[in-house]
Design a protein around this ligand. Structure first.
Ligand code: NAP
Ligand code: ZN
Length: 347
């Protein structure tokens, strides 16, 4: 077995604390990765707090992983020792069902395996990236360019793909007015991609204090959603809204900001359902859509696109001992714009 050091929540009520555990030996098609950086996604906090469903504990969260290959199984073709790689929210799937065949392995209908808080095909719990190493089936390992600052690449593995994917799938670009709700980890990546794809981008934020950053992120407009006057000015004006809000919120106000035929894309995953009166979407032929991360091919496409266009996440690098403080700050919306754990700080 592979010995691992990580930070785990022992229950939904406890803080993250150091925990030593074992991972499977790399099989013939697996690689062992020494983790260098891991992003802190709001989903990590949702999972630990059982916001969506009861979790598997002890839980080692983390699915924005970058590192270097330190061992390869006998039949591994794609990688060699020393390669720089990334791991996202999933580490296995059947590869045969309709979704897998359509490059949407994240929705595998037979045997999907999440990076943590799930059971692997061996029936053992999976443990995520808040740790010094991970064993992953080679198909689920992505190539990472040596060109970009690595800490800023880690969040691309979830925040990046979760925003890149719907913007690409809905063909958002030149001539479109895009609003991004919530300027956090996902939100700031949505702004960067929206701008790169040629859309006119407005940030809809509850935090006046983030206004100054909007410009450096490339956004064209910044609207504080707590101010009815500012909101009124953007009524019926957007083709697309990408909603990244993590907390329960009323989306009806946002729907009124869409043009006729406008699309509200939900990527945020609050613990409570949305309540939408029928005429909120009937009037104006509005569309409410969802989007879940992205498949392996699109992940690699996104990573390559970021390397070519010099796109990374704006990060605050933290010592793993401070991860609990990072959670607390993230809950308050005090994140600019992704906490990333430097795994060299694990003892
Ligand atoms: P985050 O960094 O904490 O950002 C969320 C942002 O939402 C905050 O910074 C804040 O921005 C805004 N916000 C918070 N509470 C709010 C409220 N009550 N009303 C309005 N706005 C509020 O979180 P994240 O890591 O980007 O994740 C965002 C959500 O996406 C989470 O629910 C996460 O689980 C989910 N997610 C989904 C997928 C998927 O596949 N669909 C993948 C990854 C994550 P302002 O200060 O600008 O208002
Ligand atoms: Zn995530």
């Amino acid at each position: 077995m592979i010995q691992s050091k990580g930070y785990a929540a022992q229950t939904a009520e406890t803080n993250l604390a150091p925990w030593n555990f074992e991972r499977r030996e790399p099989g013939a098609h697996d690689v062992l990765i020494d983790i260098l950086f891991c992003g802190v996604c709001h989903s990590d906090l949702h999972a630990i707090k059982n916001d969506w469903f009861p979790g598997i504990f002890p839980m080692v969260p983390g699915h924005e992983i970058v590192g270097r290959i330190s061992q390869t199984g006998a039949h591994v073709k794609k990688f060699k020792t020393g390669d720089l790689v990334g791991v996202t929210v999933m580490v296995d799937a059947c590869m045969e069902c309709e979704n897998c065949q359509n490059h949407q392995e994240q929705f595998c209908s037979v045997s999907p395996v999440q990076t943590y808080n799930n059971l692997g095909k061996d029936g053992l719990p999976t443990y995520g990236g808040y740790s010094n190493n991970i064993v992953v089936r080679e198909e689920f390992v992505l190539n990472v360019s040596e060109k970009l600052p690595l800490a800023g690449v880690a969040p691309l593995l979830c925040a990046g793909i979760t925003t890149y994917s719907p913007l690409r799938n809905w063909k958002v670009g030149k001539g479109h007015k895009l609003a991004v709700v919530g300027l956090g980890g996902l939100g700031h990546m949505a702004v960067k991609f929206g701008v790169a794809f040629g859309a006119e981008v407005t940030i809809l934020s509850t935090s006046e204090s983030k206004r100054e950053d909007a410009q450096s992120l490339g956004a064209h407009h910044f609207v504080v959603t707590k101010d009815p006057e500012q909101l009124n000015k953007v009524k019926s004006s957007f083709d697309f809204i990408l909603d990244t809000v993590s907390a329960p919120h009323d989306i009806n106000g946002y729907l009124s900001l869409l043009k006729t035929n406008g699309v509200h894309i939900c990527v945020g995953a609050p613990a409570e359902p949305y309540v939408i009166p029928p005429f909120g979407i009937i009037a104006g032929n509005k569309v409410i859509a969802g989007s879940g991360v992205g498949g392996l091919a699109q992940l690699q496409e996104m990573l390559d696109y970021c390397a070519e266009n010099n796109i990374v996440s704006d990060v605050e690098i933290i010592d793993i001992k401070n991860v609990q403080v990072a959670f607390e700050r993230m809950l308050k919306g005090d994140v600019r714009y992704r906490f990333v754990i430097d795994m060299a700080t694990i003892d």
